[in-house]
Ligand binder design. Structure first.
Ligand code: FAD
Length: 396
């Protein structure tokens, strides 16, 4: 093998998106030698740092607090004090409030750019080696360590490799690990609007024939708008004038917040669910979107990825060898149920409310009103949304 040896480390994290950067912080107190390899030159280049806002739940806040970044995140976060879920053309609304949950907020809406920058800057203050821009191009697995080859020929040996390199994971491709991929044939158009009435911290989700439209609170009474639409309509909708887009969004969302006035820049994200067939391989584990990439309808993707991060830190706290088979098996064991439940919950929500995807009728059949009035079911959905790991079932 040719190349320049860059030395050994205990844990090499491939990917410095939200999950990889969070993991650097979570591992910092453990005294491990950590290296992080990120393909983009941060902060401007990383794909994670776009114009979106990310809704994080109370469970994620509890993970961020001991990592020391919560005050900086909170400075740009808008508290979500209630959620309001409705379906166009049907009776009933499901409401969840922070007061019901005994919390100050159900979650927080945070600009992803702020989240990315805060995490990266905090990672720079740790002892971890941040290698960026650098791309993993080859990976050889040995019994004691893995050898990573970077695009400039650098070689790095690590006792554990954490793949946090996103839905199209290079680690997964290099190891020829399968992933199931379900194209929802939908895209999310993300933008911002300023409605005439104050949002009062309420996050709205309205299910419609074409797909859900979500309006979430931002500072200065602006809102982020995430509109899931059939894939074949995206180009037309992106080409609409601002006035046409605002009028159509208003028609779809209704008048709850009054007239939509200003509109931000529109960006579209094609939506595919990708589930890695394995959570581990010898000396390797998968976290965040590299393990599972979900539809954004329930705002669960990053929240779930952050719980992967917490589990990695927990299993490494007591492990004498971070990449030992028993350590990897313990990680997979801890993540299996939450992953299955959260991915299943999200997928059922998409299919339940989509006329385009054949599937379940759960909430529709039950009615949102019934969800609002049925305490055990409501509690289960609430716990799932808060990130506390409930046994939420929307189809029973
Ligand atoms: C429209 C939309 C809205 C969303 N809203 C929410 C929400 O409200 N709440 C929520 O919880 N989740 C939400 N999500 C999901 C959330 O964005 C993702 O779960 C999260 O960003 C995944 O982070 P990650 O770090 O795992 O992956 P990524 O963000 O994909 O990061 C992977 C990183 O790996 C790097 N990389 C890739 N290949 C290599 C290589 N070969 N070598 C080195 N580096 C490499 C990339 O440059 C990148 O920085 C949303 C998603 C979408 C599309």
């Amino acid at each position: 093998m040719s190349g320049t040896a860059a030395g050994d480390c205990d844990v090499a994290i491939v990917g410095g998106g939200l999950v990889g950067a969070s993991l650097v912080l979570a591992l910092a107190p453990l005294g491990l030698r950590v290296a992080l390899i990120e393909a983009a030159a941060p902060p401007q280049g990383a794909p994670s740092w776009d114009e979106r806002c990310i809704a994080i739940n109370d469970g994620s806040r509890r993970i961020f607090e001991p990592l020391g970044v919560w005050p900086a995140l909170q400075a740009a976060a808008t508290p979500i004090t209630a959620t309001h879920i409705s379906e166009r053309g049907r009776f009933g609304v499901a409401r969840f409030t922070a007061q019901d949950a005994g919390l100050e907020a159900l979650g927080y809406n945070i600009p992803i750019r702020h989240l990315g920058q805060t995490l990266w800057q905090a990672a720079q203050r740790t002892a971890a080696r941040l290698i960026a821009p650098a791309r993993l191009t080859a990976l050889d697995l040995g019994s004691d360590a893995a050898t990573l080859t970077l695009d400039d020929g650098t070689l790095l040996r690590a006792r554990l490799v954490v793949a946090a390199d996103g839905a199209q994971s290079a680690v997964r491709r290099l190891l020829a690990i399968d992933a199931s991929s379900d194209d929802y044939r939908q895209s999310a158009i993300v933008t911002a609007v300023r409605p005439a009435r104050p949002h009062r911290g309420v996050a709205y989700e309205r299910f419609t024939e074409g797909g859900p439209i979500a309006v979430l609170p931002k500072p200065d009474d602006a809102c982020s708008l995430v509109w899931t639409v059939p894939g074949e309509r995206v180009d037309t909708m992106l080409a609409w004038s601002d006035a046409e887009f605002l009028a159509q969004a208003q028609e779809t969302f209704g008048e709850r917040l009054g007239v939509f006035r200003e509109l931000g820049r529109r960006t579209a994200y094609p939506l595919t669910r990708v589930m890695s067939a394995q959570l581990t391989a010898p000396r390797v584990l998968f976290a965040g979107n590299a393990a599972q990439s979900l539809h954004p309808v329930a705002a669960q993707g990053f929240n779930l990825g952050l719980r992967d991060v917490a589990a990695v830190a927990e299993v490494l706290t007591t492990a004498s060898d971070p990449g030992a088979p028993a350590t990897l098996a313990e990680y997979a064991r801890r993540r299996a149920a939450d992953r299955e439940r959260t991915a299943g919950f999200t997928d059922r929500l998409v299919r339940t409310f989509s006329n385009r995807v054949p599937g379940l009728r759960g909430l529709r059949h039950l009615g949102l009103l019934a969800l609002d009035l049925t305490p055990p079911l409501k509690d289960a959905v609430m716990r799932q949304n808060l990130g506390y790991g409930a046994t939420a079932s929307i189809d029973s």
